[in-house]
Design a protein around this ligand. Sequence first.
Ligand SMILES: C[S@@+](CC[C@H](N)C(=O)[O-])C[C@H]1O[C@@H](n2cnc3c(N)ncnc32)[C@H](O)[C@@H]1O
Length: 266
Amino acid sequence: MAAGNFGDVIKHMILLELVDVLTPKTKSGGNFNYFETHGSKMSHQVKRSSSSGVVRLCNLYHSGHPILQANLNSNKYLNFIHQYFTQAPASIDYFSSWYLVNAFLTTKEITPRIDVCEINRDTYLDTIKAINYKFPTIHYSNTEGYSLLKTYLSKGLRPSLVLIDPFYSGSDKEVQVSVSEVNHIVEVLDFYRIPFLVWYPVYSKKLKFNFINANNHIEVDNNTNNAASHMNSTGMIFSNNISHHVLGIRNDILFLDHLGLGWKVK
Ligand SMILES: C[S@@+](CC[C@H](N)C(=O)[O-])C[C@H]1O[C@@H](n2cnc3c(N)ncnc32)[C@H](O)[C@@H]1O
């Protein structure tokens, strides 16, 4: 999946809105332990010439779109990302989910612990170089995500939130494997009552998650003809113990329907 595309934008927007409601402001700050099973790099350069979701938002920002302007401060994701829209004319530094969560929590004066797993050795080495001891709250490891998560749980560690964000690409069989791994880890997380989010794309057919129901997910349609790789819809499933936030977060992102991008929150 190309960084900064429609699916990434929706995923990151829902993620930051959720992290915000899970971390109410207290006088003493607080802690938040975030665990990501499938990490990827710290950031990717997204070409301004692409038709990705973030570039489309960037263009609206520069044209002064009134609805985007009206949500720039209140929407946690836009509030963070828009500062990068003016950086370089040719590209946008597009940050990964775990970097966004770390940066966002830091602005809330919360001390996070961010655990990130990345199985690919080259991605890991590039990222560790980029992190370069600058982010002591980020623990980035070259490990398989589900195994490390299970190890953590077996040691008594209890993350405040887990993001499960695998690839669902390849042959039908590979996609099936990915979905069944998600179905399995969700059983483990439910057993320990750990709050989690599962991101998924919708291409021609829906993926079969055992735990999806009418009330625990947000899906957004992408009726765009010019997208480089067309993703019909994308969604985020919330664990049952945080699904009471679905309605509020859905309301918070309803403005997406009015940006003229062909996006529709379902
Ligand atoms: C979809 S990307 C993650 C994007 C990131 N979560 C974000 O939103 O910015 C998936 C990443 O997970 C890595 N990966 C794939 N399988 C993995 C596994 N079993 N454990 C850990 N990392 C894995 C891939 O190498 C890739 O970099």
